[in-house]
Ligand binder design. Structure first.
Ligand code: PRP
Ligand code: URA
Length: 242
């Protein structure tokens, strides 16, 4: 029941311009090595505040969600392997750099996950993108798999799995099982997510200890309809419809 769920912690946010910093609710901490929560910066908290607000209109919801998605994608890419790559600069000096090594692809869990595809394309030009259509049954909240179309060589790629909402974890678990059944090793899957519930993420991180989760925020819990609270409502409806 909702009443037994502890409140997410509050923290002082942002630089000090007046005597005190404003307080804001920050992500619930989780203690799994494979779960990475974005730094709770003033920018991220302000962006999340916009998309959580029920009065935010669709154009703004899309704009601010896209900015968070971009942060998630940039952080997700930090978890991919790199190799040493020295270059010569126009001053004739050597800079000891790195470059990314390996093949990647995105896989979105439709419908809401498709909203994250452009953010991935903005960072990785012409990246291959597969789709898995999983819908949560509105009564039972159990996921149902309807369709998937994935790159043929997906087993040789790192997979950035995309879904903004992670409630019971049923949909993401089903998607990971599809990827594993196509030969993708668990350790080559990175799940990028905007808002997660503690119960969803704890179960998922334990079930798939080698898979990495990159999330912007772990929220307080789930309500009686298995919606994330405080959450932001139905992401797909707010991004695509209302
Ligand atoms: C939402 C969301 C996730 C899922 C999360 O999708 O995008 O896929 O629910 O819930 P879970 O963790 O309890 O499985 P939904 O099935 O509502 O479809 P949509 O993408 O069309 O909105
Ligand atoms: N799907 C959403 O869009 N929001 C939730 O809170 C749960 C599932």
């Amino acid at each position: 029941p909702v009443t037994t769920v502890p409140e997410s912690p509050a923290a002082a946010i942002g630089p000090t311009y007046k005597d005190t910093k404003p307080k804001a609710t920050v992500s619930t901490p989780v203690h799994h090595e494979n779960v990475h929560i974005l730094p709770q910066t003033p920018q991220l908290i302000a962006l999340l505040t916009m998309i959580r607000d029920k009065n935010t209109v669709r154009a703004d919801f899309i704009f601010y969600s896209n900015r968070i998605i971009r942060l998630l994608v940039e952080e997700g890419l930090n978890h991919l392997p790199v190799i040493s790559h020295p270059v010569t600069t126009p001053t004739g000096r050597i800079y000891s750099g790195v470059k990314f090594e390996g093949k990647i692809c995105g896989v979105s869990i439709m419908r809401a996950g498709e909203a994250m595809e452009q953010g991935l394309r903005d960072c990785c030009r012409s990246v291959r993108i597969g789709k898995i259509l999983i819908q949560r049954d509105e009564e039972t909240c159990k996921p149902r798999l309807f369709y998937d179309k994935l790159p043929e060589d997906i087993a040789d790629r790192f997979v950035l799995l995309l879904d903004p909402m992670f409630a019971t974890g049923g949909s993401a678990t089903m998607a990971v099982e599809v990827l594993i059944s196509r030969g993708v090793p668990e350790e080559r899957i990175l799940f990028l997510n905007l808002i997660a519930s503690p119960e969803g993420i704890n179960g998922f991180a334990t079930k798939f200890p080698k898979l990495r989760v990159i999330t912007a925020f772990v929220d307080q819990g789930l309500n009686e309809k298995n919606y994330i609270i405080p959450g932001l409502g139905d992401f797909g409806d707010r991004y695509y419809c209302i």
